[in-house]
Design a protein around this ligand. Structure first.
Ligand code: ARG
Length: 461
């Protein structure tokens, strides 16, 4: 494409080092869409005739069909997707094809392609995040009464409903969708027309090109537009944090399927055995998801590092953005897919959860609250229940097995009604504030999410 000023051939090693076709072929549909819109811009600018633009569009559509069908032959000599397509077009239609690159550089071309790609990917991922949310809400709806201990420091804390625990992840995933939506606003800006860095002497109506491509805005600084990859960094951050959430969910799943917890079983279809230990059933999908979070973080760090020292404007370093971005999309996508499927087929062991939640210490805070309701200052109540706990441990007598007389040794505010406090259902039902896990509130939340996610309403109300 630039042989004019060169006398020597590019070496094979240099071609292999510099090529991006092995990964940027994925931009072919976006590149072709942008080229067709650009051709229309060139018609309005008087560079192409209507029939030349039509020839270009037709040629590009044929190339697109060939690439989709897998019959197109990519050449490493042509370095990247942009030049592969342009060369194929010129071979096919001749002179009109050779006019397409007027008032355009690969710098604004790759920028527009990546933005089109990211817009599509954001929509796909948002849909997939919602798919996982639906599968978590559905699991909660199938076990509306399952109670398990809620933990802090991985120590039993207070009782919660399983649905409440699952909805915590639905909230995290909702923020992930929100971040993708936010990022979308800044991706949605058309750089085409910025040329290599300083626009072009050939005036193209950029607004019309943007409109044809479905962008809401055009960029306002050609130098920024060809070198801006902020939108990709934002996306990679959003996906890294999504990875954090999926990794935390994985950690819960891995703990829950262990014999020590036994709260959950995964289907055989989503687990693997051991080549040595015949009894094993391992939660590999959850472990891989947790492990792949490393990639998502790494991809973000790699892009930020690539960007940090770049002088204005386009620098070839930017070619390094693609593999990181594609990898994060692919990784996030498959993790979301496997999780939606795996959670839909997981079975909850309500009995083990109930057994764990029967630990009377889970209601120690409720006992302190009981004293508070009888006028004891909370700090003092905390101390009383602390001593009661120590007594329970040393006497090997649970809260339920102590007599009122024993309770009253610690505080005279205890009355016979204290035993009602020790009921799990009462304890949960009392947690009525917005965001708390009373069955009533949790059910409201399940319904709210079901509606928001377009699922049918929960049966119970
Ligand atoms: N393959 C290049 C990339 O991905 C396209 C832009 C090349 N521009 C250039 N001036 N060499 O960034």
């Amino acid at each position: 494409m630039w042989k004019g000023r060169f006398q020597e051939e590019t070496t094979d090693l240099m071609k292999r080092f510099g090529e991006s076709i092995s990964f940027d072929w994925r931009l072919y549909r976006h590149d072709i869409r942008a080229s067709i819109a650009h051709a229309h811009g060139l018609v309005r600018a008087g560079v192409l005739t209507e029939s030349e633009a039509a020839e270009i569009a037709e040629g590009l559509r044929e190339i697109e069909a060939e690439i989709s069908a897998g019959t197109f032959e990519f050449s490493v000599d042509l370095e990247d997707i942009h030049m592969n397509i342009e060369k194929a077009l010129t071979n096919r239609i001749g002179p009109a094809g050779a006019k397409l690159h007027t008032a355009r550089s690969r710098n604004d071309q790759v920028a527009v392609d990546m933005r089109l790609y990211c817009l599509e990917a954001v929509d796909t991922l948002s849909e997939k995040i919602q798919g996982l949310q639906r599968s978590l809400v559905d699991l909660g709806r199938r076990h509306p009464e399952a109670i398990l201990p809620g933990y802090t420091h991985l120590q039993r804390g207070q009782p919660v409903l399983l649905a409440h625990h699952l909805l915590a992840y639905v909230e995290m995933l909702d923020r992930d969708c929100g971040r993708l939506r936010d990022a979308r606003v800044r991706i949605d800006c058309m750089p085409l027309g910025s040329g290599a860095l300083a626009g072009s002497t050939i005036a193209i109506d950029r607004a019309l090109v943007a409109e044809e491509l479905g962008f809401s805005r055009v960029s306002h600084n050609s130098m920024d537009a060809v070198s801006d990859r902020d939108f990709m960094a934002e996306l990679l951050f959003a996906l890294a944090l999504l990875g954090t959430h999926l990794s935390r969910l994985s950690e819960d799943v891995i703990l829950w399927v262990s014999a020590e917890f036994d709260f959950l079983s995964l289907s055989d279809a989503h687990t693997t055995g051991s080549s040595l230990m015949p009894q094993k059933k391992n939660p590999d999908a959850a472990e891989l998801t947790r492990g792949k979070t490393g990639r998502l973080y790494g991809n973000l760090m790699a892009l930020l590092t690539t960007l940090k020292g770049l002088p204005m404007t386009y620098n070839r370093d930017l070619q390094e953005d693609k593999e990181r971005l594609f990898d994060s999309f692919d990784t996030a996508e498959i993790c979301l897919d496997i999780y939606a499927e795996m959670m839909a087929q997981a079975s909850v062991n309500e009995a083990s959860m109930r057994e764990a939640a029967a630990d009377p210490f889970l209601l120690a805070t409720d006992l302190a609250d009981y004293l508070v309701q009888r006028g004891v200052p909370f700090r003092q109540a905390h101390d009383v229940i602390g001593k009661l706990t120590a007594y329970s441990l040393s006497e090997k007598k649970s809260f339920n097995d102590m007599t009122l007389e024993e309770y009253q040794r610690f505080s005279d505010a205890f009355e016979a009604s204290v035993f009602q406090t020790l009921d799990l259902q009462t304890a949960l039902a009392a947690r009525q504030a917005i965001g708390a896990p009373s069955p009533l509130r949790v059910n409201e939340e399940l319904n709210r999410w079901s509606t928001q996610l377009g699922m049918d309403q929960a049966k119970s109300s």
